[in-house]
Design a protein around this ligand. Structure first.
Ligand SMILES: [Cu+2]
Length: 109
C-alpha cells in the first residue's frame, strides 16, 4: 500500500510538472512520445477496464522504485497474451492526467 501511495505521489508530481514543459514545444513533444521499458510480474489483469497490475522493477529514467501498481493498456488486446504470474517485459508512455499506458507487453525470455 505504501508503495502504491508513493507511485500515486510520483504520478501527481509529474502532472504538476507538466506545465513547466508546456512553454517548450521541443520538450513537450519529446516527453509525450517517450516510452519507457521495464520488467515485471503480472499480478492482476482487468480486461474490462483495460488495466493490468504489475509488480515492476525500478524504472531509473523516471526515478520510480520497484513497486506494484496498475497500468492502463493502450489496446485491450495486449492483455490477451498475458496472465497472472507471467514474467513480462513491457513498454509504456506517460499520458498527462491519466497515468502510464502500456503500448507493448510480452513474455520475458
Ligand atoms: Cu510503479
Amino acid at each position: 500500500m505504501k508503495k502504491l501511495l508513493i507511485c500515486m505521489f510520483v504520478a501527481i508530481l509529474n502532472i504538476a510538472a507538466a506545465p513547466v514543459y508546456a512553454n517548450d514545444a521541443h520538450h513537450q513533444a519529446a516527453d509525450n512520445q517517450k516510452s519507457y521499458s521495464a520488467k515485471g510480474e503480472v499480478v492482476a489483469v482487468d480486461s474490462t477496464l483495460s488495466k493490468v497490475k504489475l509488480k515492476h522493477d525500478a524504472v531509473p529514467e523516471l526515478k520510480w522504485p520497484a513497486m506494484t501498481m496498475f497500468f492502463n493498456v493502450a489496446d485491450k488486446s495486449l492483455l490477451d497474451t498475458v496472465k497472472v504470474g507471467d514474467q513480462v517485459e513491457f513498454e509504456f508512455v506517460k499520458v498527462d492526467g491519466n497515468g502510464p499506458s502500456i503500448t507493448k507487453i510480452k513474455l520475458a525470455k
